[in-house]
Ligand binder design. Structure first.
Ligand SMILES: [Zn+2]
Length: 356
């Protein structure tokens, strides 16, 4: 099959705004982070190989396959009020419900394009993000869990049996992990920044529950993790874990806030690692002979860097060479930090490889 890609967006995706002046943590989720990426991609030749499509709105039923009626109603009511606090760092703004439904609809459409074989890969470039939203809780700029909503629909309606959600956002996708924690048919793999001084959810001892033990894989890295560390985690952990699980379809929570210039994340990677991840996933799809992958945008808060990051990722998925981009500057390697992160990867492998 021809290796092509569908990019899903919406001309009104800039309408979702956070009700905060800058600088403020929430205000980093700004319309600019997608507007700038759109402009960056439009200037690239790669875009001629990409089919563009407009995100539709998800239905109430789509949302309720994952979320409780209480969360749905809370988002609807506070959206009508135009303000309100829905959870930790999850505030309502006018038209929030419509924007959240279109973002979830983009994720669903991305999945459907792949299973209908219109494309091998797809990418929904929409806001608000979703991976911190659990069944009943909005949190961390997320209201509805877009990737989980798409996964549920593809499994319940379209009959897909086994799926992997790979989440490379800088932060732990706690909502997605929670939603599928006791579901043996969905493998969650998250690579993220972790604070070993204060601990918290996202540790590698969280393995899933009941029949699903072994299907939740957390790769909690120390902040400052480099390209080398992410590459090692992909090669030694992520890829073997997915190969062992043999999913029919791979979903990706694609967050670009591990970029060294991100104002929220504290990792030390550049766009070349997103190319590497895209390429690794593309090759995995070929080896597994499965339908393909669909990716859903999560974080990525430096509007100057979402463009190069997404462009590099899509280039990897399309099997192109790694583009040399302006953000790929030489940075001082910290060997002790790389060694510590390698040690963490060893411990995760010790913990999860018995399920391979
Ligand atoms: Zn994030």
């Amino acid at each position: 099959m021809k290796n092509n890609l569908v990019l899903i967006s919406h001309p009104k995706s800039h309408l979702h705004v956070q009700p905060f002046p800058r600088p403020n943590l929430e205000s980093f989720d700004s319309p600019l982070r997608i507007q700038m990426a759109e402009r960056y991609l439009d200037d690239k030749e790669l875009i001629t190989r990409v089919i563009r499509e407009k995100a539709p709105r998800a239905s109430t039923e789509d949302i309720l396959r994952v979320h409780t009626p209480y969360l749905f109603e809370s988002v609807r009511l506070m959206s009508e009020l135009g303000s309100g606090n829905l959870g930790e760092a999850a505030y309502a703004s006018p038209d929030l419900l419509r924007n959240a439904l279109v973002s979830a609809g983009g994720a669903i459409r991305a999945g459907e394009k792949v299973i209908k074989k219109d494309a091998t890969h797809s990418f929904s470039m929409m806001r608000p993000p979703g991976h911190h939203a659990s069944r009943s809780t909005a949190a961390g700029l997320c209201y509805f869990n877009n990737v989980a909503i798409a996964v549920r629909k593809l499994m319940d309606i379209d009959g897909i049996q086994k799926m992997t959600v790979f989440d490379f956002d800088d932060h732990f996708g706690n909502g997605t992990s929670d939603i599928f924690y006791e579901n043996p048919s969905v493998q969650y793999i998250g690579i993220h920044e972790y604070d070993y001084e204060n601990f918290g959810v996202g540790h590698y001892n969280e393995l899933g529950y009941g029949e699903a033990v072994g299907t939740n894989i957390n790769i909690p890295l120390l902040d400052g993790a480099s390209n080398k560390v992410y590459q090692e985690a992909m090669e030694r952990l992520v890829i073997p874990s997915i190969e062992a699980f043999k999913p029919d379809l791979i979903a990706v929570s694609a967050g670009f806030d591990s970029h060294y210039a991100d104002p929220v994340g504290n990792m030390n990677v550049d766009s070349s690692i997103y190319w590497f991840i895209g390429k690794a996933i593309k090759e995995l799809v070929t080896r597994l002979g499965n339908a393909g992958t669909f990716s859903v945008m999560e974080g990525g808060y430096n509007p100057m860097m979402t463009g190069p990051s997404i462009y590099a990722y899509l280039s990897g998925l399309l099997g192109e060479d790694c583009p040399e981009l302006e953000d790929q500057i030489e940075r001082e390697p910290v060997k002790t930090l790389d060694d510590s992160n390698s040690g963490i990867i060893d411990q995760v492998i010790d913990t999860v490889s018995r399920f391979w």
